[in-house]
Design a protein around this ligand. Structure first.
Ligand SMILES: *[C@@H]1O[C@H](CO)[C@@H](O)[C@H](O)[C@H]1NC(C)=O
Ligand SMILES: *[C@@H]1O[C@H](CO)[C@@H](O)[C@H](O)[C@H]1NC(C)=O
Ligand SMILES: *[C@@H]1O[C@H](CO)[C@@H](O)[C@H](O)[C@H]1NC(C)=O
Length: 536
């Protein structure tokens, strides 16, 4: 009885699936892949059904996916197949820990594209049912591969080259994962562009949380396909353009409102960061490209020990709020050898950051490298020991900037900007303690204090204003050091201004071009002292 009923059910289901199969081959392969995934969750009959429907040979049902790359059901029309990865048997971990490997490897047939580290295990998303055709949702396969990689120290999760993986919002999370996992990204990961995938809005798309030693490396691409989100952000934030006075009234302040097709879905108003690391010790990102994020591209929050190098961020200069790299509550950070092109700050350093060293970075288009904005809604902000050196900026809104809101407390201390080459930057050097991204912000008595900011060898061309130091009346900026400043005007379509200073104290260690006479030499006669409660 039960048998017959289930047979009938199977027949009906089979007929439905047959129809689907005839209707669309693409859909059929998606179902087949999903069927394969179900098998891992022990839904035996469903997967058998889809297997028999698509005439697949029975596959190994074992749980060890280790390099069991199966090419049977990859119907590639346009993309070339990647070279099959040779099987690499890794010795048991105990052996590796105690003795050097005794058994010599067989003579190399052909080296794998990226030989796994000895003693590590690799988990290829293709072995977990990923399709990599840019259409089927591969989220489940990525989750399954991560679940396996998570259990083994120094394991490697592989996202192979040549494929495009459509992956929805996903979290690769500890805290119960082993340390030092490598996420080898050589393929392309794309974000869903339909509003349904994002629910009411999510803060991030791909996140790694609560891990010890996590490395994302490879030649791959993370593409947020954010244009649908950007269009909703019109008009743009005027605070960022407040120095611009067009020469000719007919000059357009904003790029024209993009034309939206009637068919476009409305995306949620909360826009996701493309790649986010949270609460981790030792996070490294290298080699990859992150592009067209709906919002920020790469974010570190509550991390200690971050290294980012030889990677690229790329999105259009007019894409709103698309920061390149965003640091928050994060300490001991090294960023170098990166090229950042985006529609907001190339690097943004927020509250709770210290010991940050940034060098050999190219920025532009974008809004420059910024500390802040800090102290919004009377909050306490603490930022210290930040070095930014050997940076080039091309066509950016600002060069190096510190921005704080009125009413905050805490401090920004120990900042060095050195050897910054600027090319047609609107305003190269900015301290703004009157930051306000809406129409009215009242002047208040408290402020995030700014002290100990050194600018040396800041050279190149500007198009609006060379220096803008606007500090608060109650907490003047102190110990602002300037040397070897050489900034030449290049008139464009805006009124040019001279250097501006308000309540800014420090030293001119060399003559500057243009002269920055407005800097008050020495210390303020009377400097308000923050209460213990407000000190960092
Ligand atoms: C202002 O721009 C308009 C249109 O681009 C142009 O015809 C006009 O000559 C410009 N005026 C000045 C003073 O540059
Ligand atoms: C400042 O940060 C650098 C790394 O950028 C670090 O090497 C140095 O020890 C820090 N200095 C202090 C006083 O913490
Ligand atoms: C706040 O104070 C600054 C400096 O004293 C002044 O230039 C500015 O106009 C004030 N803004 C408001 C809204 O009162």
């Amino acid at each position: 009885m039960i048998m017959r009923r289930s047979l009938n059910l199977r027949t009906i289901t089979m007929m439905i699936l047959m129809a689907v199969l005839v209707w669309s081959i693409t859909l059929e392969t998606c179902i087949a892949r999903r069927g394969r995934h179900w098998r891992h969750s022990h839904h035996q009959s469903s997967s058998d059904l889809s297997d028999s429907l698509s005439n697949k040979k029975p596959k190994s049902h074992g749980n060890n996916h280790h390099n069991s790359h199966n090419n049977n059901n990859h119907h590639h029309k346009s993309k070339p197949k990647p070279k099959p990865t040779p099987k690499v048997k890794t010795p048991p971990k105990a052996d590796h820990d105690n003795n050097p490997p005794v058994v010599s490897r067989p003579p190399k047939v052909q080296p794998p594209p990226l030989p796994p580290v000895k003693g590590s295990q690799v988990f290829n998303v293709m072995d977990f049912g990923a399709k990599g055709d840019g259409k089927c949702d591969d989220t489940k396969a990525f989750e399954a591969a991560w679940a396996s990689a998570c259990k083994i120290e120094a394991s490697m999760m592989i996202v192979p080259p040549e494929y495009i993986f459509l992956v929805g919002p996903i979290s690769f999370s500890g805290p119960n994962c082993q340390a030092n996992i490598v996420f080898q990204l050589d393929g392309t990961i794309i974000a869903p562009t339909d509003s349904k995938s994002w629910g009411k809005g999510l803060m991030w798309w791909i996140e790694f949380t609560k891990l010890i030693g996590i490395k994302v490396q490879g030649k791959g691409v993370i593409d947020g396909r954010g244009s649908g989100w950007w269009q909703q952000d019109y008009p743009f934030n005027d605070e960022e353009n407040k120095f611009l006075v067009p020469l000719n009234n007919s000059v357009q302040q904003h790029p024209p409102m993009p034309i939206r097709s009637e068919l476009d879905e409305r995306m949620p108003s909360i826009k996701p960061t493309a790649l986010r690391f949270y609460g981790s010790f030792g996070a490294e990102v290298t080699g990859i490209t992150i592009q067209n994020s709906p919002q920020c591209h790469l974010k570190f929050d509550n991390c200690v020990g971050v290294v980012v190098h030889d990677m690229v961020v790329s999105s259009p200069g007019d894409s709103p709020n698309t920061d390149g790299i965003h640091l928050q509550n994060t300490k001991d950070v090294l960023i170098h050898g990166t090229t950042l092109a985006c529609g907001d700050d190339c690097i943004s350093i927020q509250t709770g950051c210290s010991n940050v060293y940034i060098h050999n970075v190219n920025c532009g288009p974008g809004h420059g490298i910024s500390i802040g904005s800090l102290g919004k809604d009377s909050t306490k902000a603490c930022v210290s020991n930040i070095t930014v050196r050997d940076v080039t900026m091309h066509n950016t809104m600002n060069g190096v900037r510190i921005k704080t809101w009125q009413g905050g407390v805490g401090s920004v201390k120990g900042i060095l900007f050195s050897n910054i080459q600027l090319n047609e930057v609107q305003c190269p050097i900015v301290i703004d303690q009157f930051y306000c991204d809406h129409s009215k912000c009242k002047n208040q008595t408290s402020a995030v204090a700014v002290e100990g900011v050194t600018y040396e060898r800041i050279k190149g061309t500007y198009t609006v204003k060379p220096v803008h130091f606007a500090c608060s009346d109650n907490f003047p900026c102190v110990d602002v050091q300037l040397s070897s400043i050489e900034l030449k005007p290049v008139p464009e379509k805006y009124h040019m201004s001279d250097a501006f200073c308000w309540q800014t104290f420090g030293e001119l260690n060399t003559p500057t071009l243009p002269p920055i006479d407005c800097l008050q030499i020495g210390k303020p006669a009377r400097n308000r002292v923050q209460s213990d409660h407000d000190v960092c």
